[in-house]
Design a protein around this ligand. Structure first.
Ligand SMILES: [Zn+2]
Ligand SMILES: [Zn+2]
Length: 444
């Protein structure tokens, strides 16, 4: 009997303690939410393109310094010497324990905002080609940065509840898929502690604000960009017999490439080959010298990716040879750098989802299916060696989402000029979820 009441008392104390922690986190969020909304609107109105996140990076670094983090800026080496690495790392050492990496992206997209919101972006800039483009945080990286700063504030205030090293990473150039690798190439894991866990969040317009989503295992695909140049022998449009027409070869290549997924790949290994761009020729009656194609390839498994790249090369060269294009004019296939797949460590997902359920309630934590879109956050896991997970942060008004599901008309998604997440409850949930996840991984 005594034992039982002791157990009851301990349980009651635990519950009280959990409630007290929860209450204080909510109270702290209430205290700070107005500041975060201002930060969010300011970031939203001042987006910067990938490889150019200079002011954004300085702002985030400054905020983290104010909180007492040791901040290092300008991390990241790109193969293109014209691009600077605007990555930053903020470290807070707080006793023995694991090192946890929390990542936010810093960049925005060349999209002209059409939301009509009072804090809409009016920013225009020149892109790498010297063409003027509008810029917008159309992927919600402004929400991510604000949640990240809010999480940093919470964890600094709650230092007595965790032990270990907190490593906050502001990553540039996520949209171009080369920012994480640029930071790793700049010796991220030797200049700074190598993390035991890596975690990030991404907003999701298909999920209600207030909810978070998790996906164990492969969650997002690898992305590989490929440039193909099909060279022929040009001439007059009326005399095909003295030419080798690269337009016809390109057309056959586009169709033949579709057999890779349908005939060469296991149906159990998801894969996509998309020809997103095809350009050749100048007018009606000229057979051009060349046609250029741009492809994206998506897979989960690395061995599937490698096999598909080999198949693409074989098919392109084979079709050209069949058309009689001479060896010295054989097509060229250039593989550009891409992002690796995102694999959410199932054990880590289980721990983090448990923390979410406690913080947000079971009904607000849902499992969501994987997608073939890409993210370079997975690079921080060094090919599954470091347990990593990225979770989804619901960002849409539940009533609008319900109406959209009923009508079948989707809400404006990520990268849309009309993308307009609900800021307040999304930020509250983002901060609460990320803070709870880190506290779970670093609890005393
Ligand atoms: Zn994006
Ligand atoms: Zn994004």
């Amino acid at each position: 009997m005594r034992k039982l009441s002791l157990v009851t008392a301990v349980l009651a104390a635990l519950v009280l303690n959990v409630n007290a922690q929860q209450l204080s986190l909510d109270a702290m969020i209430d205290r700070d939410i107005a500041t975060w909304l201002t930060t969010y609107r300011n970031l939203h109105a001042a987006p910067e393109l990938s490889h150019r996140e200079e002011k954004t990076s300085v702002f985030v670094a400054g905020e983290l310094r104010k909180l007492g983090f040791t901040v290092t800026e300008r991390i990241g080496k790109f193969p293109n010497p014209q691009w600077s690495g605007y990555g930053l790392v903020a470290v807070l050492k707080n006793g023995p324990g694991p090192t946890v990496l929390v990542r936010t992206e810093l960049d925005a997209l060349p999209v002209e905002e059409k939301t009509g919101l009072p804090y809409s972006s009016q920013v225009k800039t020149k892109n790498d080609a010297g063409v003027e483009v509008s810029v917008m945080h159309a992927c919600g990286h402004d929400l991510h940065m604000t949640s990240f700063l809010g999480t940093a504030t919470m964890l600094t205030a709650l230092k007595d509840r965790w032990s270990g090293t907190l490593m906050l990473v502001g990553q540039p150039s996520e949209e171009t898929g080369d920012g994480a690798s640029a930071m790793l190439r700049d010796d991220l894991y030797t200049k700074f502690p190598k993390p035991d866990f890596a975690i990030a969040l991404h907003d999701k317009p298909e999920l209600e604000t207030g909810k978070v989503g998790y996906t164990p295992g492969y969650a997002m695909a690898s992305s590989t960009s490929i440039d193909i140049k099909i060279r022929g022998i040009g001439g007059h449009g009326s005399a095909p017999e003295v030419t080798k027409d690269p337009v016809v070869v390109a057309a056959q290549v586009v169709m033949a490439l579709q057999t890779i997924v349908s005939r060469e790949n296991s149906p159990l290994d998801p894969a996509v080959v998309t020809v997103g761009s095809i350009h050749g020729g100048t007018r009606y009656n000229i057979i051009p010298d060349e046609v250029n194609l741009q492809l994206t390839v998506r897979t989960y498994k690395e061995e599937v990716r490698r096999r598909m790249l080999a198949s693409i090369e074989r098919i392109v060269k084979g079709v050209a040879a069949t058309a009689g294009i001479p060896e010295d004019r054989a097509p060229t296939v250039k593989v550009a750098e891409g992002a690796g797949a995102l694999y959410n460590d199932p054990k880590l997902v289980e721990r983090v989802a448990g923390a979410f359920r406690q913080a947000l309630g079971d009904e607000n934590v849902v499992q969501v299916p994987p997608i073939m879109a890409s993210e370079d956050f997975g690079e921080f896991s060094l090919d599954h060696k470091i347990p990593a997970t990225m979770f989804w942060l619901g960002a849409s008004d539940p009533a609008k989402l319900k109406a959209s599901r009923e009508s079948g008309v989707p809400l404006p998604g990520l990268h849309s000029a009309l993308f307009a997440p609900v800021p307040e409850s999304t930020l509250r949930t983002g901060v609460k979820a990320m803070t709870s996840a880190v506290l779970e991984l670093m609890k005393k």
